[in-house]
Structure formats: C-alpha cells, structure tokens
Design a protein around this ligand. Structure first.
Ligand code: AMP
Ligand code: GLY
Length: 438
C-alpha cells in the first residue's frame, strides 16, 4: 500500500487552497503550483503554471512527489495525467480522453446514451447554418444552445425562445473566442427544476459518492445577473435526501463510470454531476472531470477522515477496500467574495484587510481564490473570484451566520458578495415545516 507523504497540488484557486489545507491536515507535505497567497502560509508555492505540463512533470520528479492532485480542467484535458503516467508518476485525475466527459459535450452525451443515463434531449449540428435551419423549422420553445468544447463556462446560452436561440447560434458562429469550442453545436431541451451538484471519487470501477451540494451560479442575489463560475455553495443540500442520493448514485454515477469503462475510456478521478432535479427525476446537465469550485471548499471543511488516504486508494485502484469517508455533522457554507467588475474584467492588486480577524472566528476558514503576496507580505487581490469564506456549523443557519461574520471582517475597495447563499435550503425547510424556526 502506498502512503503518499509529499503531494503536489496543481492550480491556484479556492479549490486548490482547500485541497492544500485538507491534505496538509492529513499529514502531507504539500507543494502547490502555482498556488496563491493563502497556500503560501501552509505549503510550498512553486511558480509553475497549472497548464505547463512538462514543467509540472519535471517538478514532481525533482521534488520526489508521491502523489499529484489536479484542480482545474484545462491541464486534465491537455493530458497532464497521461504525461505523468508515462513518466511513472502517481497522479489523481482522468486521462485526456476520459476528461472529454467535461471537455466535449457531445462525447458526454454519447456516454450518457450508452449508460442510459437521464439527460436533456438534444440535437447535434456541425455548422451554424444547420443549427439555424433546425431552429427556424421547429416549434418555438425554450432551448439551451451549447458549444461542444471548453469555453470557460461561457459557451452555454439558456434561451426563452427561438429568437434568443438564433442569436446564440450566431454568437457561437461569429465570436472568435468560440472558434474552437463551436465546431460542434448542441441544441438542447431546456429543463426546469432545482440545480444541485453531486460529486464522486472513482478509481474507474468503484465509486465513493460525496455529500450533495448546491452552487449559486448567477452573479447576484435571487439568481439574477450573469452566469459566473459560482458565487457560493453549501453542504449538504436538503434538496437531495439520502434516498435521492442513492438513486443518483445508482441511475447516474454508476452507469456513467461503467459506460466509460465499456467504451475503453476508464475514468479515475472526481466525477462531478451537475444535475437538474426535474419533475421526472434527476437529469444530467453536465459532467465535470474534477472537484467543483466553490463546492470543494464547502465539502472539505466537513470531511473528518483522510482525503489523502482516499485519493491514494483511488490512484491505486483499491477504492473497494477503502473506508467510507466520515463527515462532520451539521453543515457548511462558502461565500465567494469577488472583486468589482466580476464576471467581467476586474482591477487587481488591491490590498485585502481583515483576513486574520475573519480566520480567528471559530469555525471559519478563509480560502484564497485569487490573491498574491506583495513584497512587504501584505495580501493583494489578483482576480475576479478573490476569496471563498467558508464556515462549518451545527446547522445550516449557524454555518451561514459564521460565514457572513467572516465576510464582514474582510475589506478591500470594490469587494462584494451574494448575501443569500444557502437561502433556498432555508426556504425549503420553511415550506416543509411552516412552524420551523430558522
Ligand atoms: P453547463 O456548462 O452545461 O452545465 O451549463 C451551464 C448552466 O446552464 C447550468 O448550470 C444550468 O444552469 C444551465 N443549463 C445547462 N443545460 C441546461 C438545460 N438543458 N436546461 C436548463 N438549464 C441548463
Ligand atoms: N461550481 C461549478 C464548477 O466548478 O464547475
């Protein structure tokens, strides 16, 4: 049995800070490439980009790294796992071909079809003209227009009517940022319901399903405004009770892992299902091939058993024998603090104050999502989603209160956040029990 001691975490966001924090607590010595000001305090940051695969292979070899954990999708789709395997290095994550489950929406639909996994009906087009003809000829109903390839979360257009769908198709055809991603265009049935995130760790055969979460993708309160990478999350979400989670595991996660294996593209890593809970049951909106961000932050603060042991077992294909993970009772909430302008262009380099005061609140962890250290040791903003302020509590209401108490301590010019992270769960509790106190 391999026991990893020195771990390399690839990435520099809030997810990677949370992974670093947890793996360090599990006893690993952690190197992060490139990391951020938050990881600098608990690990060894090395200035290598998360997508520079040859430099990461060299780093892992030079520093005798026992296990590498990849945060973002870009290096996975670029083949970091294949390159590490070829160099005889242990790495947690899917190969480039398996990461197509996230990297190509068409590939994902083919696997879902093979596994008979519920998802939205769709049509696939190889040209703008073909998609336009289809939309023009067909009934005017709400649809979702998607670019096949990775487009930094921007290649999805949820449309109310034909006019909006035609405009989306034209955007995919003409905007240079979609040139590669829009070689294939999907037009999907628009699903209605509540969105949830369910992740599982798999070694390609066995899966370990993790507690369900809910992300908040829209920029502003009440799910208004543009789509973002995620403005906050909480765990567990009461929209998925134990029975539904077992159903999601049996009807969605297990058949997908088996379909990948049958297609000779075994998937090892985190299988992340973005689901819509529809009137007909849960349906897959998308798969990601990695931990969600900010879901990872809200998840890991509740994990009591060793993540290191679990990832080691997945890499060594012995998940079947691994102890199931243990979770802290109660709940967790992550509130993303963003810089002015996000999800558009933002000003960087603003000094952040109050980090220590926030971190001093019992139950609060401040994960850095886009920060850097100045020469004088102060912490500066370095991107849009800047911090992921996370708290655990005995109840969801308590976790929310603590997370926002942390947020209140932190300041920089232009900082903002959503104020309603986890409120949908509270509303569900009120609807279920009119007398329930919050
Ligand atoms: P995706 O990147 O495919 O997950 O899409 C991004 C977001 O678009 C999802 O989180 C959903 O909010 C929305 N979305 C995607 N597909 C659909 C669908 N078929 N019906 C309704 N909303 C969707
Ligand atoms: N929070 C959604 C994602 O990581 O894709």
């Amino acid at each position: 049995m391999t026991v990893a001691r020195r771990v390399l975490v690839v990435g520099g966001g809030g997810r990677e800070h949370a992974l670093t924090w947890k793996l360090a607590r599990d006893g690993a010595e952690v190197i992060v490439a490139p990391g951020n000001a938050g990881t600098a305090g608990i690990a060894d940051n090395v200035a290598v980009s998360a997508t520079d695969v040859p430099a990461l292979v060299a780093l892992a070899r030079d520093r005798r790294v026992d296990l590498t954990v990849v945060g973002p999708e870009a290096p996975l789709v670029a083949g970091i796992v294949d390159a590490f395997a070829a160099a005889g290095l242990r790495i947690f994550g899917p190969t480039a071909r398996a990461a197509q489950l996230e990297g190509s929406k068409l590939f994902c639909k083919q696997i879902l079809h093979r596994g008979d996994v519920p998802t939205a009906m769709f049509r696939e087009f190889r040209s703008v003209a073909a998609a336009r003809d289809f939309l023009s000829a067909r009934e005017d109903v709400p649809v979702v227009v998607k670019a096949d390839g990775l487009a930094a979360g921007k290649g999805v257009f949820v449309c109310d009517d034909r006019e909006a769908a035609l405009a989306a198709v034209e955007t995919l055809g003409s905007d240079p940022q979609f040139a590669a991603a829009a070689r294939g265009i999907l037009v999907e049935e628009r699903l209605d319901g509540v969105e949830v995130s369910v992740m599982a760790i798999t070694d390609g055969r066995t899966i370990v399903t993790l507690p369900p979460l809910q992300d908040h993708k829209a920029a502003y309160d009440g799910d208004q405004g543009p789509n973002t990478g995620g403005m906050g999350a909480y765990c567990p979400t009461p929209f998925v009770d134990d029975g539904l989670l077992a159903d999601i595991e049996a009807r969605i996660l297990v058949p997908t892992v088996h379909a990948m294996r049958r297609a000779k593209v075994p998937f090892q890593g985190v299988l992340y299902a973005g689901l819509m809970l529809t009137a007909q049951g849960p349906k897959v909106l998308e798969f990601n091939a990695r931990f969600g961000d900010p879901e990872c932050e809200a998840l890991l603060v509740r994990m009591e058993s060793s993540l290191l042991d679990l990832l080691d077992a997945a890499v060594d294909r012995r998940l079947e024998e691994a102890e199931p993970p243990a979770w802290r009772d109660g709940a967790s909430v992550t509130v993303v603090m963003a810089s002015e302008g996000y999800p558009g262009p933002v000003q960087k380099g603003r000094p952040i104050r109050g980090l220590e005061a926030a971190a001093a609140i019992p139950g609060v962890e401040v994960f850095h999502a886009a920060t850097k250290l100045a020469a004088d040791g102060s912490v500066l903003t370095d991107g849009g989603r800047t911090l992921a302020v996370t708290a655990v509590g005995d109840s969801l209401a308590r976790a929310k209160l603590l997370a926002y108490s942390g947020v209140k301590e932190i300041r920089w010019p232009g900082a903002w956040c959503r104020k309603d992270i986890s409120d949908k769960a509270a509303a569900l509790a009120r609807a279920g029990d009119p007398g329930a106190a919050e």
